[in-house]
Design a binder for this molecule. Structure first.
Ligand SMILES: Cc1cc2nc3c(=O)[nH]c(=O)nc-3n(C[C@H](O)[C@H](O)[C@H](O)COP(=O)(O)O)c2cc1C
Length: 373
């Protein structure tokens, strides 16, 4: 009998795509990607929040042309979708972020790369060519390493820094505990660190001499308990690039972000991987947009699964969205081609949804087109 799973052990999949990815990769890797924190209440809420809103379409509006462009930090983007920063992508496919960068480039979709990418930011920049790329920063207690990462990103053509602020420590991810699994400890998230002179300067021996010590040092740098708003002026002193904060859910933090001169906000709960039972990103969005009032871009992630979801997020005030797990499942199933297919499908669905809802541009997608029955 070669069946890998029985009906009793088959997990409940969110989609066929997720089930296909399950068949392609190690169970521990799949669980790391697909599962969430605690009871996974927030992870589920991220999806059901989208279902509660229904589109109220308009008709007879000559929708022969649709414009999906959006402007972010003075640059026109072809679509309102970016690829979310997802670390350790080699656990989904050997080509990891290089394949994702290729998919993003072929569609002109900006790629936000993670601090804990499997490949280095230099290698990913090369795979990205001229495509827009941003760098997601996990600040570390060693300012020299943070400074070095930010400056390398700027030198490598990354055009924004996205500081993730919802991760003073990891959430309680039960499946990773029971699998006793850490992709970082396995060396799948060290592309940017092992290639970094400031990081290597902290080591007694070079990574090639003592890889274990290097990985332990990297995990020590993941401790972000002491991080506060003062870090922003520090990071400002390293770069002229726009700075976004990822992981804002409370309108008072959006207000503080404005006061501290942040250039953009990503409303996110990290895909339900951090604080369980916290508000879904979509439910958090309207209050944050009200505070921001168009002064800086507001992006959203956590729960985007379709073009219709993109439509709803924009209607509730997002300027753009970050696509997360779905492109990683595509990557797991078929590498660069798989990730590309998933992004393409979502873009196609967004365009068809706009046509059928009677809108010609993103600016025409507004809250009047949505209703919670
Ligand atoms: C496997 C995995 C790894 C992630 N790694 C990072 C990371 O390194 N940095 C970060 O800011 N967010 C990370 N995230 C969160 C994503 O950027 C994004 O917020 C989340 O995937 C959105 O939820 P969704 O994929 O369910 O839509 C990760 C998410 C997953 C699933």
């Amino acid at each position: 009998m070669t069946l890998r799973i029985t009906n009793e052990t088959l997990p409940k999949f969110e989609s066929d795509l997720e089930a296909q990815a399950y068949e392609k990769i190690r169970k521990e890797a799949f669980d790391y990607i697909a599962r969430g924190a605690g009871d996974e209440a927030t992870m589920q809420e991220n999806l059901s929040a989208f279902d509660k809103w229904k589109i109220r379409p308009r008709v007879l509006r000559d929708v022969s042309k649709r414009d999906l462009t959006t402007s972010l930090f003075g640059t026109t983007q072809k679509t309102p979708i970016l690829l979310a920063p997802i670390g350790v992508q080699r656990i989904a496919h050997p080509n990891g972020e290089l394949a994702s960068a290729g998919a993003a480039k072929s569609l002109g979709v900006p790629f936000v790369i993670s601090s804990v990418s499997s490949y280095s930011m230099d290698e990913i920049a090369e795979a990205s060519g001229n495509n827009t790329r941003w760098f997601q920063l996990y600040c570390s207690p060693e300012n020299s390493v943070t400074e070095s990462l930010v400056k390398r990103a700027e030198q490598n053509g990354y055009s924004a820094i996205v500081i993730t602020v919802d991760t003073p420590q990891l959430g309680i991810r039960k499946s990773d505990h029971s699998n006793n699994y850490s992709p970082l400890a396995e060396g799948n998230g060290c592309g940017n660190y092992l290639s970094d002179a400031a990081f290597c300067g902290l080591l007694e021996k070079s990574p090639s001499e003592d890889m274990e010590a290097a990985l332990i040092k990297q995990s020590e740098l993941m401790d972000r308990h002491t991080l506060d708003w003062d870090i922003l002026s520090e990071i400002r002193s390293y770069t002229k690039l726009p700075i976004l904060l990822k992981g804002i859910l409370h309108p008072e933090d959006a207000q503080l972000a404005l006061e501290y001169g942040v250039d953009g906000i990503v409303v996110s709960n990290h895909g339900g991987r951090q604080l369980d039972h916290c508000i879904s990103s979509l439910d958090a969005l309207p209050d944050i947009c009200q505070v921001v009032n168009g002064r800086i871009p507001v992006l959203l992630d956590s729960g985007i699964r379709s073009g219709v979801d993109v439509f709803k997020a924009i209607a509730l005030g997002a300027d753009a969205v970050l696509l997360g797990r779905p492109y990683i499942y595509g990557l797991a199933v078929d590498g660069e081609a798989g990730a590309k297919r998933i992004i393409e499908n979502i873009l196609h669905e967004l365009e068809v949804s706009m046509t059928l809802a009677g809108v010609r541009s993103l600016s025409e997608i507004n809250a009047g087109l949505l209703i919670k029955p």
